[in-house]
Design a binder for this molecule. Sequence first.
Ligand code: RIB
Length: 305
Amino acid sequence: MSANVVVIGSLNMDLVTRAPRLPLGGETLIGHSFATVPGGKGANQAVAAARLGAAVAMVGCVGNDAYGAQLRDALLAERIDCRAVSTVEGSSGVALIVVDDNSQNAIVIVAGANGALTSAVVDRFDDVLQAADVVICQLEVPDATVGHALKRARALGKTVILNPAPAGRALPPDWYAAIDYLIPNESEAATLSGLPVDSLESAERAASHLIGLGAGKVLITLGAQGLLFASGTGFEHFPAPKVKAVDTTAAGDTFVGGFAAALARGESEAQAIRYGQVAAALSVTRAGAQPSIPTRSEVKAFKSS
Ligand code: RIB
């Protein structure tokens, strides 16, 4: 099976607690509920692209524990090609997530098997990359692998998307020339650019800086404030659809997957952005990472409502 969207990245089991508020240091809180939910930025983006119409393949690693099998099954249930999802000795990636009554979250991830996704593993599945139109990476697997994958995808002439999440540091300068679409959120854009991002104007300055470093186009997601698109020749603001948020986990992933799926079927950048925004808006109305991601028909129904 050949896929038009290939995601190279993480698979995590999300251990999700709902609590009245996020705990302070040293504090014990009584939570409302607990659930284990398939997640991981890479896997979420793969599920989003698949539910939103793309043929998808995932390149990643899971552990040989029970979570590993569940994470793979969750992707297979979406008809995602998992030939390049390797099972390695040890624990799968996990994310400890607390969601409060205001739908804010706090997340700690432990890489586990995601740390075994090396450049050599990516090279082993070069045929999967060769078959793609769009390649997506994030930052929950080793940096060396991400840099290698971006450059290989660029050399193959693919459309390359980097969602630089989570961003704890500036990106290696030599990555930028390989990126067609850099999609950070506000805080990631600030980390990458070294500039504050707290308004549309400051987002424009950060986006210009990132384009100056060599990124093709920059899309800064601004939560309820929508999205800033910077093409290098100008800016466009895309307001967000208004919804009542229940849980914002994986909203950014849903945007990235929806944007990629729409681009892969030939929609314009503006159409793909609006499509990803509607999908992300729907995802925040539901709890959990992968369970919250809408289908193509749900997005269609929302757009025509
Ligand atoms: O973007 C949301 C994801 O971040 C969660 O599913 C969790 O696994 C972390 O990777």
